[in-house]
Design a protein around this ligand. Structure first.
Ligand code: FAD
Ligand code: EGO
Length: 462
């Protein structure tokens, strides 16, 4: 491809920026991708700690379009059901009868694979240790800091994929862009459950492990090296009360007592304090573009709390939808760029709200029996009406129904289920009242109350 259709400046070499660069390069655009950090594939970067995330249909569809779905599936671990750990015991509920699952994927490995694909594209140039410090989204131009000096680049379109604290967005906010940012009370901390002494997984691996404890939530996702990465969600005010190794052990003994032997007493004592708890933010903005020259994708456009496991799935889906628009409108950025906001802002706001809703639900009435009942009712209704009733979690996770439509449908369904439960309850009360009314209480001799007599009585009533 000798003749370039246009020059794209992509900011951020995270998964969203890299996949976007792959898509644009493949369509014959010249792409310069700038990343603030050094190349995560180089030797100095082997941290040893794997942090994973759950990929589902939206993210995997985008990766498939990029031709690397198979490669990612081979480095991921399928989680076919949730594994709920309660105080009294544990149980599993499958994600779906149709072979639906989440893929537990190593973040860094996913990013490495994407960078390697981008690097192979002759239209894509990668620039590491280039931190965007300023940009003018009208030209568009971008200024990067590189080893103490500054360089300015211009192009036809500037695409900000630089995460939740986006520097590209910061510039765009000076124009007409609506913006909100909201921190929740909870912070997160990542811990590791190492393999057992004989090198095996410490728990069954093909599950999303969840310990719901109202205010506190703990999850664990499996890694290829037979470890699990645990994420603890807890209010910052509680973290402040845990200051010594003994505090940590006491806290876990009270709240997650089965987890202590899994992580190990000494590892738990030390690793808990390696990093401070990290905040969780929701960022909404609108629109995602400026004119025909600048656009935000991924967390830069919409950061969500992780209680639906959709942040990256939504970001990768952005790249897929963006590529669909490029396919439709060729190299006409005057059409593509505004159209992206038109089709995506509503969906992004919906997944932000859905994620916050799950956060509220998980810490309030999702004590364990409710979780079980609700998932069972959902599963049963889906069995009765397979095409018209899809549980909320399934619509979000296992379909590509736009998030805003999934939210709308879920609201209607919730009403039906709530009313259904009320009507069923009402019918039951009526039946009991009726039976009581028809019962001749005077002759009701409890000493004679055997099962046979009860049945006899019931027959008599009818
Ligand atoms: P990022 O991954 O943040 O990448 C942005 C890149 O831009 C980085 O490489 C950064 O170095 C670079 N950059 C930043 N500023 C500049 C600059 N000024 N100049 C140049 N480069 C810059 N999502 C899921 O789908 N499933 C999950 O299970 C899941 N679990 C999560 C659990 C937790 C605890 C958290 C916090 C998030 C989770 N997410 C999950 C969300 C997911 O991590 C993000 O949505 C995803 O990483 C966003 O990708 P991105 O490429 O848009 O941004
Ligand atoms: C009733 C009961 C309705 C993230 C329970 C809805 C989220 C919510 C953080 C899980 C799975 C991927 C996740 C389920 C619900 C990731 C997820 C879920 C967590 C926490 C998570 C499920 C990373 C909520 N998916 N999920 O149904 O299995 O249900 F527990 Cl704290």
């Amino acid at each position: 491809m000798a003749e370039h259709k246009g020059k794209c400046i992509v900011v951020g070499g995270g998964p969203v920026g890299t996949l976007t660069a792959v898509f644009l390069g493949r369509r014959g655009f010249h792409v310069d991708l700038y990343e603030a950090r050094s190349d995560i594939r180089s030797a100095e970067n082997v941290s040893g700690r794997s942090i994973n995330l759950a990929l589902s249909v939206r993210g995997l569809s985008a990766l498939k379009h990029g031709g690397i779905e198979e490669r990612i599936r081979s480095i991921g671990i399928p989680m076919h059901s949730r594994y709920i750990h309660t105080d009294k015991g544990s149980y599993t509920i499958p994600y779906g009868k149709k072979g639906q699952y989440l893929l537990s994927t190593d973040r860094l490995e996913l990013n490495r694979q994407l960078l390697s694909v981008a690097e192979k594209s002759e239209n894509v140039n990668l620039y590491f240790e280039h931190k965007l410090v300023n940009c003018d989204t009208r030209i568009p131009s971008a200024t990067f800091q590189k080893a103490g000096s500054e360089i300015t680049k211009t192009g036809d379109v500037l695409i900000g994929c630089d995460g939740a604290y986006s520097a590209v967005r910061r510039q765009m906010l000076k124009g007409r862009m609506d913006f909100s940012q909201f921190y929740i009370e909870h912070g997160y901390k990542e811990l590791c459950i190492p393999p057992t002494a004989d090198g095996e997984y410490a728990m069954p691996p093909n599950h999303l492990h969840i310990w719901p404890r109202h205010e506190y939530m703990l999850i664990a996702l499996p890694n290829l090296d037979k470890s699990f990465t645990c994420t603890l969600f807890m209010p910052f005010s509680k973290y402040e009360k845990i200051v010594t190794g003994n505090d940590v052990i006491d806290f876990f003994n009270v709240n997650f007592n089965d987890v202590v032997p899994l992580i190990g007493d000494s590892l738990l004592r030390t690793s808990f304090f390696e990093l401070p708890p990290l905040p969780l933010v929701t960022v909404k903005c609108s629109p995602f573009h400026h004119g025909k020259t600048a656009l935000l994708l991924g967390d830069a456009a919409h950061a969500v709390v992780p209680f639906y496991g959709q942040g990256l799935n939504a970001g990768l889906e952005d790249a897929l939808i963006f590529d669909g628009l490029v396919d439709k409108f060729g190299c006409d950025f005057e059409q593509i760029v505004p159209k992206f906001s038109e089709v995506r802002v509503k969906a992004a706001h919906a997944i932000a709200d859905l994620s916050l809703y799950n956060y509220m639900e998980m810490r309030s009435h999702v004590a364990t029996p409710w979780f079980l009942l609700r998932k069972k009712v959902d599963g049963f209704l889906n069995f009765l009406f397979p095409s018209s009733f899809i549980p909320r979690y399934s619509m979000v996770t296992f379909t590509r129904i736009p998030y805003d439509q999934a939210l709308k449908r879920a609201k209607v369904q919730d009403k039906i289920v709530d009313n259904g439960i009320i009507i069923a309850g009402g019918l039951m009360l009526t039946a009991i009242a009726f039976a009581a009314y028809k019962t001749d209480w005077k002759s009701f001799d409890l000493s004679n109350l055997t099962l046979d007599r009860v049945i006899e009585k019931a027959k008599h009533l009818w």
